[in-house]
Write a protein that binds this ligand. Structure first.
Ligand code: CA
Length: 242
């Protein structure tokens, strides 16, 4: 199916995952550190990468997964990368997504979930690029304004830096301020990168969604607006009660 690179320093886990990925029909190259990973990335045509963030130094020089990920993003901007994080640490996940990961899993993870996330990630990667536009006029509320076509926003006079996904998520919330926006609706918009749309695998990307919400909350600090988690339903943008 796909040609994958697995970067994992834990030999037992690496061998086990390698066997499972091959069993699922993928061909797999495996690397135990960042240098091996770079050599394979330079010499092999790959469809996707599974990258452990906690990697050992190479000949005494630090080379963790985030560094490998930044290196990949500079050279192979469209290569889908799923990162594995050891700790249930939101900062680690945010760092991974900031450095350009497409999705992540926290160890220990379920093999079925890894395979489902990989499949969804590879499917997204085959879709044509999102042109970045959402329908409608400049959405705004309170002091928040979003550009209708570019991933930019303003809080009062102050510009907000937003990624495409942050901007489309915030756009959805802002257009329906005071109403619950379903998780599936957000994920579906993220899927509008292709005309056929549709998420297929259930739950794909929903871990990433939590992290994006967390990031937006930080960016909205002091704005008077808050993103509320409505359990089991989704998220709602609301005016903060003083
Ligand atoms: Ca590790």
């Amino acid at each position: 199916m796909a040609h994958l690179l697995l970067v994992e320093d834990d030999e037992l886990l690496r061998d086990g995952l390698c066997a499972q990925l091959m069993h699922a029909g993928h061909s797999v190259d495996a690397a135990g550190d960042g240098a091996q990973a770079q050599a394979l990335l330079e010499s092999t045509r790959l469809d996707g990468v599974v990258l452990d963030l906690g990697l050992p130094p190479v000949q005494g020089v630090a080379m963790d997964g985030i560094m490998v990920l930044r290196w990949i993003r500079q050279r192979l901007p469209h290569l889908p990368v799923l990162v594995l994080t050891a700790r249930d640490d939101i900062d680690d996940r945010v760092a991974g997504l900031n450095a350009g990961a497409d999705d992540y899993l926290t160890k220990p993870f379920d093999l079925a979930e890894l395979l489902a996330r990989l499949a969804a990630m590879l499917r997204r990667a085959r879709m044509p690029a999102f042109d970045g536009t959402l329908p409608g006029d400049t959405p705004s509320a309170h002091r928040l304004r979003l550009d209708p076509q570019l991933p930019m926003g303003w809080l009062g006079e102050e510009a907000m830096e937003l990624t495409h996904r942050e901007w489309s998520l915030l756009g959805l919330l802002l257009r329906q301020i005071g109403q619950v926006v379903g998780r599936e609706d957000v994920l579906a918009v993220w899927q509008t990168q292709a005309p056929e749309g549709g998420l297929g695998g259930a739950g794909a990307g929903s871990n990433a969604l939590e992290v994006y919400v967390h990031r937006l909350r930080r960016k909205l600090q002091g704005s008077g607006l808050n993103i509320r988690n409505v359990r089991g339903l989704g998220y709602m943008l609301e005016l903060q009660t003083p």
